[in-house]
Design a protein around this ligand. Structure first.
Ligand SMILES: NC(=O)c1ccc[n+]([C@@H]2O[C@H](COP(=O)([O-])OP(=O)(O)OC[C@H]3O[C@@H](n4cnc5c(N)ncnc54)[C@H](O)[C@@H]3O)[C@@H](O)[C@H]2O)c1
Length: 254
């Protein structure tokens, strides 16, 4: 049994994960940011879960702990948790990074990065020894990507926290990893300025000459959460059609 946090609709990366995990026999339970989102995803969730979705806005103090306690009492211990959520004001995902406001900087860091630390702290009670926790990151944490701006800083901090949290939770037998996914069209991604240009660029840059699919990411997620990955923790696994290995690539215009 595992928890998925961050399913907004059928285009969500979390949907591809749920689909793959179901195909491989996992039982699932979900959290949703608000009651509104919970109602919107009710039909989707019913395909994957026998449990009611728990509402959890990760930006509220103490909410992750309260919801995890609730899950423990209603569902029992879990084998894994997937943290597939992030947020920035979309007005700051276009133009210069230095225009980022303090309030959006703190909010983006809080929701997109700190929430994962809180998830891991509370995972000690909820996840079995031998279980694992997974989050989602992006190449913009490593190299400059136009308009990714404050989200890049949040992802860099998130990637560092994956390593520290892997060390912290190792003694409880809990593995902590991240998938660095190539760009894929979702609600959150459509908030990044000129996102369709990034998608098109990746199709020519990546060795596989295509964009990643929900299935690519979902199946990698299932692998990392499964016992097949029992010796892997603190790892950032690129699922990006190989794009991150390219330094320079000529196209027809060069
Ligand atoms: N789409 C991409 O190109 C891409 C690439 C790499 C990594 N990612 C990451 O994948 C993850 C999932 O995003 P997605 O692309 O599937 O988009 P999505 O819009 O489908 O999912 C984002 C989720 O974040 C949730 N969320 C936002 N603020 C929240 C809060 N305060 N409390 C609880 N939940 C909150 C939303 O409700 C939504 O379910 C994010 O971490 C994103 O940064 C996306």
């Amino acid at each position: 049994m595992g928890l998925i946090m961050g399913l907004a609709n059928k285009f969500s990366i979390a949907y591809g994960m749920a689909d793959s995990l179901k195909r491989h026999g996992a039982k699932l339970v979900f959290t949703s940011q608000t009651q509104y989102f919970k109602d919107k995803i009710a039909d989707i969730v019913s395909d994957f879960s026998d449990h009611d979705t728990f509402v959890c806005d990760v930006s509220n103090d103490g909410e992750i702990e309260r919801v995890f306690d609730d899950i423990l009492s209603k569902v029992g211990e879990l084998d894994f948790i997937v943290h597939s959520l992030a947020f920035s004001d979309k007005n700051e995902l276009i133009g210069k990074y230095y225009e980022t406001t303090r309030s959006n900087f703190l909010n983006a860091m809080n929701i997109s990065c700190y929430s994962f630390t809180e998830v891991c702290r509370n995972a000690r009670k909820l996840v079995k020894n031998g279980g694992s926790v997974l989050t989602m990151t992006y190449y913009g944490a490593e190299k400059v990507v136009p308009n990714y701006n404050v989200m890049a800083l949040a992802k860099s901090a998130l990637e560092t926290s994956v390593r520290y949290l892997a060390e912290d939770l190792g003694e409880f037998g809990i593995r902590v990893n991240a998938i660095s996914a190539g760009p894929i069209k979702t609600l959150a991604a459509s908030g990044v300025g000129e996102f369709s240009k990034i998608l098109a660029y990746e199709r020519t840059r990546s060795p596989l000459q295509r964009n990643v699919t929900q299935r690519d990411i979902g199946d990698a997620c299932t692998f990392l959460l499964s016992d097949m990955a029992s010796g892997i923790t603190g790892e950032i696994l690129h699922v990006d059609c190989g794009s991150n290995i390219i330094g320079v690539k000529f196209n027809n215009d060069n």
